[in-house]
Ligand binder design. Structure first.
Ligand SMILES: Nc1ncnc2c1ncn2[C@@H]1O[C@H](COP(=O)(O)OP(=O)(O)O)[C@@H](O)[C@H]1O
Ligand SMILES: [Mg+2]
Length: 163
């Protein structure tokens, strides 16, 4: 399977509306995510978190956004040859899109299983590779969409509503 969707049923119509309208964001933040750069990986999600905190987003919602975006950012650094993170903030939600340059995910359903990991020794030495990132992104987002296959780039996008 090359595409994966998980949408909170209560948010389905709002998510459909979002993709149909593709509105202009209030604020947009872009970060590069270089391969295996664990000194900087996580900075994009930290800055987004700080900005949302200043905007007064509810702490529990802020926590969900921080967890989901951090895990997705680390995955690009740990498992791809590098990519970027594009965060678009609207009145009512944040949409974050992670795009990398491959090598892709062979089986997304398998990658979603808690504990599944292909992390190499370097990534494990850095303390990653528990296989809980994707399940945590799913748990903490209102919408998760992954488009990938082996030999392709991976696009992961998520939405979290502010209320
Ligand atoms: N951007 C990506 N590019 C390639 N493979 C990925 C990417 N993100 C996740 N994966 C694959 O999905 C697996 C599970 O991811 P995750 O649940 O975050 O666990 P972990 O990062 O600890 O391995 C990874 O081990 C990897 O095989
Ligand atoms: Mg991970």
């Amino acid at each position: 399977m090359a595409e994966y969707w998980n949408i909170d049923p209560a948010r389905q119509s709002l998510v459909d509306e979002f993709f149909a309208q593709k509105p202009e964001p209030e604020v947009s933040l872009d970060f590069n995510i270089p391969e295996k750069d664990f000194n900087n990986a996580g900075k994009g999600s930290a800055e987004v978190k700080n900005l949302l905190k200043r905007l007064g987003i509810d702490p529990e919602i802020l926590r969900r956004i921080a967890v989901a975006s951090y895990e997705a950012e680390i995955n690009v650094a740990a498992h791809s040859v590098g990519g970027k993170m594009i965060s678009n903030i609207y009145d009512d939600l944040i949409h974050i899109r992670f795009e990398d340059h491959g090598p892709g995910i062979a089986d997304i359903e398998q990658a979603m299983i808690p504990g599944f990991s292909t992390a190499d020794d370097l990534v494990r030495e850095m303390g990653f590779g528990a296989g809980l990132g994707l399940p945590n992104i799913k748990k903490n987002s209102d919408m998760l969409h992954i488009d990938s296959e082996r030999g392709k780039n991976t696009v992961l996008e998520l939405i979290v509503f502010f209320s």
